[in-house]
Design a protein around this ligand. Structure first.
Ligand SMILES: NC(=O)c1ccc[n+]([C@@H]2O[C@H](COP(=O)([O-])OP(=O)(O)OC[C@H]3O[C@@H](n4cnc5c(N)ncnc54)[C@H](OP(=O)(O)O)[C@@H]3O)[C@@H](O)[C@H]2O)c1
Length: 294
């Protein structure tokens, strides 16, 4: 069936039979302000999730530390029992402080507890994909990830996790993890204006591994750029649609998880899957992101 979401094409995770539409959905914005507590409009949040699935989204990104627990509980309330083919990707490795801060939670017991919390709150017997989140929100941090990643590899062996990914990592940490267990996706901060992962994306594409940019629209402060505005006007679209279409055209291994708490924005974002950017507009947009490369 052709749906809005699969018009962006599909991607099969390496060495798996798991295929997702490249246009997915990121659920973080469904929790309350500062990703804390329940949303102001619970029915609205449930409606966003149901609309995403109806439009053909079959890849939802989440975590039990959104809320905490709130986002996963909303996903379960809106969508359980889950449609065949829906891939829910979650992440572990952080917890929330009482002051709403984001704190590393990478000890063996914290990781085991986080996987079980995700299973319970999502209502699943096994998690499709779990990303080990190790760095900070603005970028990777140096250091070995062998110990925490080994814990997740064990949980995968036990059948609690089907596939493993990484978040907020550099290429050295990726290689370290790949020596322990297969990696199917990497989720880092990247968008048209923040391109320090350009080389990493190309390397992952060569290995058939998905790259899933978080903050594809700029995150808590959505992107603002005259180049996006100009492109949007000339293509009868919106700046956010142009930013998403740019990512889809940047590399075939890029999967999108734009976040929104609004059905209107969700519909707008999904339409980016059919927006084709001509080369001269891509050249203009590329100038936004002229930052040093890793
Ligand atoms: N691994 C990590 O460390 C990490 C970190 C951050 C996020 N993530 C994941 O990445 C996903 C995406 O990131 P994100 O949601 O933080 O950032 P994002 O997708 O870049 O942007 C979300 C922001 O853009 C707004 N927005 C969405 N669509 C819009 C539109 N069409 N027009 C105008 N504004 C629009 C949203 O507000 P409205 O709600 O009003 O639409 C929200 O403020 C998250 O859901 C989460 O799953 C992962």
């Amino acid at each position: 069936m052709t749906t809005q979401a699969n018009l962006g094409g599909t991607f099969t995770l390496p060495n798996t039979s798991t295929t997702v539409n490249r246009m997915g959905y990121g659920a973080m914005q469904l929790a309350g302000p500062q990703v804390w507590g329940p949303p102001r409009d619970v029915d609205g949040a449930l409606a966003v999730l149901r609309e995403a699935i109806e439009a053909g989204v079959n890849h939802i990104d989440t975590s039990d530390f959104y809320g905490p627990h709130v986002t996963n509980q909303l996903i379960k309330q809106a969508l359980h029992p889950y449609a065949d083919g829906l891939v829910i990707v979650t992440k572990v490795g952080a917890r929330r402080g009482e002051d709403k801060s984001w704190i590393h939670a990478l000890s063996r017991q914290e990781l085991i507890d986080a996987v079980h919390d995700n299973l319970r709150n999502l209502g699943l017997d096994a998690l499709d994909v779990v990303n080990l989140r190790v760095g900070g929100i603005t970028g990777p941090e140096e250091g070995s990830i062998e110990a925490p990643f080994t814990v997740l590899a064990e949980l995968k062996q036990q059948g609690l996790i089907r596939h493993l990914g990484l978040s907020n990592v550099n290429s050295k940490q990726l290689a370290e993890a790949q020596a322990i267990s297969e990696i199917v996706c990497v989720q880092n901060f990247y968008n048209v204006a923040h391109r320090s992962d350009d080389n990493l994306i190309d390397g992952l594409a060569g290995q058939g591994i998905a790259y899933v940019p978080f903050f594809p629209l700029g995150g808590f402060t959505p992107l603002q750029s005259s180049a996006l505005d100009t492109a949007a006007t000339s293509l009868d679209s919106t700046p956010m649609q142009v930013a998403l279409a740019w990512l889809l055209q940047r590399s075939p291994n890029i999967l999108l998880i734009p976040g929104t708490s609004s059905v209107g924005h969700l519909r707008e974002n999904l339409k980016a899957a059919i927006l084709q950017l001509p080369p001269e507009i891509i050249a203009d947009l590329d100038r936004i992101g002229e930052t040093p490369k890793q």
